[in-house]
Design a protein around this ligand. Structure first.
Ligand SMILES: Cc1ncc(COP(=O)(O)O)c(C=O)c1O
Length: 402
């Protein structure tokens, strides 16, 4: 008689809190697509799904690296030319007191390593609400309870400083700041950065400054790096090739550690231990980092022109559509309209996919103030596609909530 296993193999209970609304919705969209409907995807922030292309000189650099046999493991922190280029970029961002730089498999891995290296059971880190859901997923994985601070819709989605002050506990070790923000598209003011830095000083916090969209500011004002306004505060600045350089599939991200050496060095030893344990980031793709950061930046002009036009079209639709209002995004490629509807935004979004084949993400998937409802639009598609999608969403709102 062959032996068969009787009991199910079940996942760890801590995964019950791991959610990633953006990709979870894709399952419903796949089901609708299998029924033969063409989906209009406004849910995944991948520019390569639309009319954006990875710059050719970056592709050439990776191809050359592969032909040159750079196909083995790399040093755990990353290859020297990439680390030099990231340091150069940090200086251009105005970051002083640089203590370390390291390359990871996307900012996703930087987030995982930086949070895992910091937190003991019972500690917490402040994360924004609404939030890019990777942060809460990683925290759930390492069994750290959420401690979220609100972004203030009435204040252009700037962090709510009073809420941050209220939420700091003796076990708070750090604060995550996503700037430009996903999902709201807001960009922090210098004054806000200075006030958050002051709180970090006072409460001995490390700041995780996720600046993966820092070159995608649609209007002409410059992006201000958190670490540049607070050279004395421990900051890890996150950046990468996925968004600014249109290469999300290469999985290349990095961290720039700054602050006073004696304060941040012990933590960086922990980070480097985890970097060594996972061997290295993708090796040939690291050769694109120098090419990207030091090569021509022409693509950014075209990318920002498209984003401005698509943002403006989105805002016009929001202004003209009843039940919808939206703070204008200034960076990244997301808009986060508020909707006034008599049911949950998750129901709205699910029915929109099932009935009209348009995919957006519900606000409750990112977290939001109780009583408010939102949805996130990725406005990367061309104007024709966006116009069609907005007309369909408008019809749906009218038909469902007339
Ligand atoms: C704010 C933010 N951080 C990090 C990431 C992950 O980026 P990567 O592709 O470098 O892992 C994303 C992706 O959408 C993001 O929006």
């Amino acid at each position: 008689m062959p032996v068969t296993q009787a009991r199910e193999i079940v996942p760890a209970t801590r995964l019950e809190n791991v959610r990633y609304a953006i990709r979870d919705l894709a399952c419903i969209a796949d089901e609708v697509a299998r029924q033969g409907h063409k989906i209009l995807p406004l849910n995944i922030g991948d520019p390569l799904n639309f009319d954006f292309k990875t710059p050719a000189h970056m592709i050439e650099a990776v191809y050359q690296a592969m032909r040159d046999g750079k196909n083995g493991y790399s040093p755990s922190s990353g290859i020297a030319p990439a680390l030099d280029a990231i340091r150069g970029e940090a200086v251009r961002k105005g970051i002083a007191n640089i203590q370390d730089v390291f390359v990871t498999s996307g900012v996703s891995e930087t987030v995982d390593i930086c949070l895992t290296a910091l937190l003991n059971p019972g500690d917490n880190v402040l994360t924004p609400c609404p939030d890019y859901p990777l942060y809460s997923a990683v925290l759930a994985k390492i069994e750290i309870g959420l401690n979220t601070y609100y972004l203030n819709e009435e204040d252009g989605w700037q962090p709510d400083l009073d809420d941050i002050k209220k939420k700091i506990t003796p076990r708070t070790r750090g604060i995550v700041l996503i700037n430009p923000n996903n999902p709201t598209g807001s960009v922090c003011t210098r004054k806000m950065l200075e006030q958050i830095a002051e709180l970090a000083r006072r409460h001995n916090l490390i700041i995780f400054a996720d600046e993966i969209y820092d070159k995608l500011i649609m209007d002409d004002d410059p992006h201000i790096a958190m670490a540049a306004v607070a050279p004395d505060v421990p900051v890890i600045t996150f950046g990468g090739l996925s968004k600014n350089y249109l290469a999300p599939g290469w999985r290349i991200g990095w961290g720039i550690a700054s602050g006073e050496a004696p304060v941040i060095k012990p933590y960086l030893e922990g980070v480097n231990k985890l970097l060594r344990a996972r061997l290295c980031a993708n090796h040939p793709e690291q050769y694109a980092i120098k090419a990207a950061l030091e090569g021509p930046q022409d693509h950014l002009v075209e990318v920002k022109r498209k984003l401005r036009s698509r943002r403006d079209l989105t805002m016009k639709w929001c202004a003209e559509t009843s039940r919808v209002s939206c703070v204008a995004p200034r960076g990244a490629f997301y808009a986060y309209p508020r909707i006034d509807i008599p049911e949950g935004d998750d129901v709205f979004v699910t029915e929109l996919i099932r009935q009209k084949y348009v995919t957006v993400v519900h606000g409750s998937g990112f977290g939001q103030r109780p009583g408010t409802k939102h949805f996130r639009i990725v406005f990367l598609p061309d104007e024709k596609t966006l116009t069609a999608a907005y007309s369909i969403i408008g019809d749906f709102l009218r038909e469902r909530y007339a």
